[in-house]
Write a protein that binds this ligand. Structure first.
Ligand SMILES: NC(=O)c1ccc[n+]([C@@H]2O[C@H](COP(=O)([O-])OP(=O)(O)OC[C@H]3O[C@@H](n4cnc5c(N)ncnc54)[C@H](O)[C@@H]3O)[C@@H](O)[C@H]2O)c1
Length: 321
């Protein structure tokens, strides 16, 4: 039975990863400051170290005795990077360096979340790992910085790493405020209330939506592929979905009809984002990713169940038991 550290384990992707690790018999320690994550997403029985991943002493304690680390803690928001550039930099890049430094004495393997945001706006699709990196945000620049420091970690300090560039991850337990796929929960909410959904521009812009279970499969397989060469792989489906098609597929999954309300295009929005999954499939031996509709059915079932977390909600002090 191995022990894994999951930073950001009370967040959306982290909570699914913790559940998958426990299901295969591993032990889990979580480091999370609960800034966007929630204790309701903490795997029951998992140890929680509450605090900032950029705190060197805490990162060192968190790494004690672990066999590997999945590093997912980050402020996963382009907008937050605009509002608080130094603050997001501390969490997103300094936090990663603190963690790599803590992995250094025992050369603990680290699988970390990078992002499709490192690519910026690309004209050649699908985007392969070798495409030029042109981040358009502090968030994307910091994720690229993580990849660069992982290279240093391997070359100078002998730390095995693997970076995974997630595209638009979706699934149950996603915060509707997520800039990636929060649109899915928002569309579900509005449609189920009989309201139209807002589509910016013509709705033909496309994204590569990857279901969270497929992301977890890549993370788990990735631990064995971490190396001092600091490889980096896409985590995506290679299937484009337009925002319009997304709205209609969600409506279908909810048993409703979608009414679209067109809004002016959003300035600076990337028109098409589509990843090439071939290299990750080859290196990690991954199967076919889940289809959009299949994943959406799970999201709709979760929404209908009242958005449960992994742990039952805590009773307020003094509540009747
Ligand atoms: N969701 C996506 O589509 C997507 C796409 C690309 C990359 N990513 C990356 O995947 C990772 C997980 O994203 P998510 O969607 O689960 O986001 P999330 O916000 O649900 O999870 C992030 C977790 O990290 C914690 N956290 C934030 N700052 C911290 C800090 N300084 N110290 C300790 N904990 C901290 C939060 O409380 C939260 O629990 C992030 O690194 C994100 O950048 C996500």
């Amino acid at each position: 039975m191995a022990l894994y550290l999951v930073t950001g384990g009370c967040g959306f992707i982290g909570s699914h990863l913790c559940a998958a690790l426990a299901a295969r018999g591993d032990r889990v320690r979580v480091l999370d400051d609960l800034s966007t994550g929630s204790e309701e997403n903490l795997l029951p029985g998992a140890e929680l170290l509450r605090g900032d991943v950029a705190d060197h002493a805490l990162a060192g304690r968190a790494m004690e005795g672990v066999d590997g680390c999945f590093h997912l803690a980050a402020i996963a928001s382009v907008q937050r990077g605009v509002e608080d550039w130094p603050g997001t930099h501390r969490a997103n890049l300094s936090g990663t360096i603190a963690l790599l430094d803590a992995a250094r004495p025992r050369r603990i393997p680290v699988v970390y979340a990078s992002s499709a945001a490192v690519y910026g706006d690309q004209s050649v699709l699908p985007i392969a790992e070798t495409a030029p990196k042109r981040p358009l945000s502090a968030y994307g620049a910091d994720k690229l910085g993580c990849e660069q420091h992982a290279l240093v970690g391997g070359a100078v300090h002998g730390i095995p790493t693997l970076g995974l560039r997630f595209f638009n991850v979706f699934g149950p337990r996603q915060d509707p405020r997520s800039p990636y796929s929060g649109v899915i929960s928002i569309f579900c909410d509005r449609l189920s209330r009989g309201e139209p959904v807002d589509v910016y521009g013509d709705g033909e812009q496309t994204r590569d939506f990857v279901f969270v279970a497929d992301v977890v499969a890549a993370l788990l397989a990735g631990m064995g592929a971490a190396s001092v060469q600091a490889p980096v792989l896409n985590v995506c489906t290679g299937r484009p979905t337009s925002v319009k098609l997304l709205a209609h597929t969600i409506a279908d999954a909810c048993g409703l009809t979608a009414a679209l309300r067109h809004q002016p295009p959003r300035a600076g929005e990337i028109r098409h984002s589509l990843g090439d999954p071939a290299e990750a499939r080859r290196m990690l031996g991954l199967g076919e990713p889940r289809g959009l509709r299949q994943g959406l059915d799970e999201v709709v079932a979760w929404l209908r169940a009242g958005r449960p977390g992994l742990s039952p909600p805590r009773m307020p002090a003094g509540a009747l038991r």
